[in-house]
Design a protein around this ligand. Structure first.
Ligand code: N01
Length: 578
């Protein structure tokens, strides 16, 4: 194995490795040198901002990114129709990254499509000169904590290694694709695609018979686009969702200017909100309103489109089943109206779970797609997919012969990629083993036994229950301030204390149990992956509440973390408790 610093790869990173040596950021830690202050894994929103924040504090940083470019989820998810479900004016870095970029960047649509978001992230990368510290095409295959040196040793896909005091994962929540192990899956002679690993050159389905398996947020975006090309499209649905129209349109310049003009106020509102969006959350229950009043409120949100239905109508859907049923029934009635064939409309109307206990997709022409002659809905709830045959999909004793199968079957969310990195902490304990019964973290950002490992948008943080850039900024800023604090105080590390972790896990579970989320099988509950512990993965206490809790911890000298000095360098007793 060679050290990463001596890697001969031709990526941008190789030159920087040499530059890092010249500037002397390899510090002798006794037996072996340490390459960087911090290694960051992933170059999406989170990794880019982490790099910028640590660099600004003067730390040496290396980012490893598996893809050949920046973008994370927006690099991989190039399927037809891929677009953001947060309004583009709020789905970007705030002035904390760069006031200039915020002022300069113009979105073209209310909900930006994948190519535009990827362009934005490349624009940010270049503007902030981030690329030179990122090594692309590089998978982290293992990360092992060396307690003797208090250093993380990281092994890369090419067998080379690198080390750092701090290891920050910025791997996203939805980055390990899930393809169910259907019998015969390998025998299919046509083309197979997963939406989360879409070919960069795109796919032309013109004239093809196509199967789309999965009707989550991704399938709902892909179906109307594929339907426009395919000779025939069969959509295999196990669970219908409550899809709300996004009402996408070109972004009105006046509206964009208005947001820019008051961004400080809007961002502050988003940071203090429940879900990271600066909406007017209605603090009221649907059950206190008459059916006519409710209808008027629902219709207004339906016309507006986007997450307003969930966030601006009534505030107790997640805790009050009766209230939830009013919006659920409203949405069912809309679905029945939109679909011409009553039997298909009925199949598309969800009855097995309350609204928002699975992530509600935003749609644009999804229901109308089923009014086309070339689109057929196949219910695989009662008759599950039996097998993938050489020629297509078999279910309910019937064969659907197709040229292409699109798996829109989701992800091993939140933990899949972390476990794939083979993270091993103190005493040789693997993260996967520590979390065998479900994640155990302090604030979702750290986990005991893994000193100086920080997880951006990890389990038990608000992560996917929010507008991601807002929580990413908060997570990154907290991590950067902790690392800066350690340096200021002549300390080398931080590790979650046992009681603090126990309390956070208990709090997380207590808040989760107050909601209806735990009663529904969803990927938020890990229910989509056989054998995965059933627990709510994201923290549902709210973005603003979480931010306040984290700030309080920081204000109290990072209470709940054991802060320590590396013993070889210590001039005072190790184990300073914060
Ligand atoms: O994945 P999913 P996704 N047989 O897990 C079905 C985010 N996102 O990629 O519901 C038959 O939601 C499964 O059925 P069921 C967003 O957070 C964001 O669509 O388990 N079907 C389901 O229909 C979203 O929530 C944006 O019964 C099977 C589908 O596959 C997350 O990504 C845009 C099956 C998987 O749905 C994941 O969405 C798009 C089987 N054996 C997505 N196994 C943005 O706005 C699975 N399914 C940024």
């Amino acid at each position: 194995m060679t050290s990463d610093n001596h890697a001969t790869a031709t990526q941008d990173g190789a030159a920087q490795d040499a530059a890092s040596q010249d500037t002397g950021d390899r510090r002798d830690q006794g037996a072996r040198a340490v390459d960087y202050d911090a290694i960051v894994v992933g170059a999406g929103f989170a990794g880019l901002y982490m790099l910028h924040s640590l660099r600004k504090l003067g730390f040496s940083v290396r980012v490893y990114e598996q893809g050949d470019g920046v973008g994370g989820t927006w690099y991989w998810n190039r399927y037809p129709g891929a677009r953001c479900d947060s309004e583009s004016v709020y789905y970007m870095f705030s002035d904390h990254m760069s006031e200039e970029i915020l002022a300069e960047w113009e979105w073209s649509e209310r909900f930006a499509a994948q190519p535009e978001i990827l362009r934005y992230l490349n624009f940010v990368t270049d503007k902030m000169d981030l690329r030179r510290d990122i090594r692309f095409g590089t998978k982290v295959t293992s990360a092992v904590y060396d307690a003797g040196r208090d250093v993380w040793d990281v092994t890369l896909g090419d067998g080379s290694t690198a080390s750092a005091r701090f290891l920050v994962t910025a791997v996203g929540c939805l980055s390990s694709t899930n393809t169910p192990e259907f019998p015969g899956i390998g025998t299919f002679t046509g083309k197979s695609y997963h939406t989360g690993a879409w070919p960069h050159e795109g796919v032309d389905f013109t004239g093809q018979r196509v199967a789309v398996i999965g009707t989550g947020a991704t399938g709902v975006q892909a179906v109307p686009e594929i339907a426009k090309q395919a000779a025939h499209l069969w959509v295999f649905q196990r669970t219908p969702n409550y899809d709300v129209p996004n009402r996408n349109r070109p972004l009105e310049p006046d509206y964009a200017a208005e947001v820019k003009g008051s961004y400080k106020e809007l961002w502050e509102k988003a940071r203090a909100s429940g879900f990271g969006l600066p909406y007017q959350v209605a603090e009221r229950s649907a059950v206190d309103y008459s059916p006519e009043e409710r209808e008027r409120i629902f219709e207004a949100a339906w016309a507006k489109g986007g997450f307003y239905m969930g966030l601006e109508t009534f505030s107790d859907y997640l805790v009050n089943r009766e209230s939830n049923e009013t919006v659920s029934e409203f949405l069912r009635s809309k679905i029945r109206e939109l679909v011409n064939d009553p039997a298909t409309g009925e199949l598309l109307a969800p009855k097995d779970h309350p609204f928002f206990t699975k992530r509600p997709p935003l749609e644009s022409g999804y229901y109308e797609a089923f009014n086309r002659d070339n689109v057929t809905l196949v219910d695989v709830r009662d008759a599950p997919i039996e097998e993938i045959t050489p020629h297509g999909v078999r279910t309910g004793g019937q064969d659907y012969e197709v040229d292409s199968i699109v798996y829109a079957t989701g992800f091993d969310a939140m933990t899949g990629t972390l476990y794939g990195m083979n993270i091993t902490g103190r005493d040789g304990v693997r993260l996967e083993d520590k979390w065998a019964d479900g994640p155990r973290t302090y604030l979702g950002l750290t986990t005991r036994g893994f000193p100086n490992l920080f997880i951006i948008t990890g389990p038990q943080s608000p992560s996917v229950l929010s507008n991601m850039p807002v929580v990413i900024e908060q997570n990154v800023e907290w991590i950067a301030s902790l690392i800066g604090y350690l340096r200021e105080h002549g300390l080398d590390g931080a590790e979650a204390a046992a009681d603090a972790e126990d309390q956070w896990v208990a709090h997380h579970n207590e808040v989760a149990a107050m909601t209806l989320l735990t009663g529904t099988d969803s990927w938020w509950m890990g229910a989509n992956i056989p054998g995965k512990p059933r627990t709510l993965y994201p923290y549902v206490g709210g973005v603003g509440v979480f931010r306040d809790l984290c700030r309080d911890v920081a204000d109290k000298g990072f209470q709940g973390l054991t802060l320590f000095r590396h013993e070889a360098e210590a001039t005072a007793p190790a184990g300073v408790s914060g």
